[in-house]
Ligand binder design. Sequence first.
Ligand SMILES: Nc1nc2c(ncn2[C@@H]2O[C@H](COP(=O)(O)OP(=O)(O)OP(=O)(O)O)[C@@H](O)[C@H]2O)c(=O)[nH]1
Ligand SMILES: *[C@@H]1O[C@H](CO)[C@@H](O)[C@H](O)[C@H]1NC(C)=O
Ligand SMILES: [Mg+2]
Length: 243
Amino acid sequence: MASERGSSKYSVLLPTYNERDNIALVVWLLNRTFEAARKSFEVIVVDDNSPDGTQDVVKKLQKAYGEDKVVLKPRPGKLGLGTAYLHGLQYATGHFVIIMDADLSHHPKYIPDFIRKQEDTDCDVVTGTRYLKGGGVYGWDLKRKITSRGANILAATLLQPGVSDLTGSFRLFRKECIQKLMQDTKSKGYAFQMEIIVRASHMGYKVEEVPIVFVDRLYGESKLGGAEIVMYLKGLVQLFFSL
Ligand SMILES: Nc1nc2c(ncn2[C@@H]2O[C@H](COP(=O)(O)OP(=O)(O)OP(=O)(O)O)[C@@H](O)[C@H]2O)c(=O)[nH]1
Ligand SMILES: *[C@@H]1O[C@H](CO)[C@@H](O)[C@H](O)[C@H]1NC(C)=O
Ligand SMILES: [Mg+2]
């Protein structure tokens, strides 16, 4: 609703696993971004008992920013990204939910673009895209570029979702919309992001895109390997037959 402009609250879900070197900077950037935009916000960190002590850093951040701004909702072990969003979502008090990676691949500076797009179009979902003018990837080798592009082209061809970036995970949702979508989503790994956005468009939600540049993580390890690719393809085929 246009009348909501300016008064909405945003809940940022940050799943973390071994992000102690990144989390303080991400939260600092988020605070700066939302404060500059004069928007109310909260950050919900879902940490899966990271062995690197991510939670110790988060507890310090809670002291600095307040426990209303930085909410810590840990889990006892590494249970995966999809269920981490679902877990964090239960505690979200905002009108809108933003999901993003905590490893600085998703820069908070794009958040005002997401918010503006949502306000201007009154859409239900705004998804960050690397594959429109102004978007891109930085720091990827050729293999990873081809894998990601291939995964997107394949899914776009099979499922016709009408968005250009299906496997990205920098997104803004109306809260009721993400709650509904999460209930039905079954995939894991990269297929999870794809399933969510495909379901959104099939269910008739209004989805808009904004360009983002994805920057490869500086600290920590990447996990893209053969097993992830196989899991993605499985998810894609299952979704194709279930829609
Ligand atoms: N809570 C939780 N967070 C996770 C889990 N796996 C990954 N994350 C977090 O989810 C976000 C995305 O995961 P990444 O490992 O960066 O995935 P990616 O960007 O596809 O791959 P790389 O950055 O190349 O490793 C990061 O903030 C991670 O810390 C998990 O099992 N549980
Ligand atoms: C959050 O941002 C505001 C505005 O820039 C600033 O005044 C405040 O000190 C920041 N909070 C912390 C804990 O850095
Ligand atoms: Mg990453």
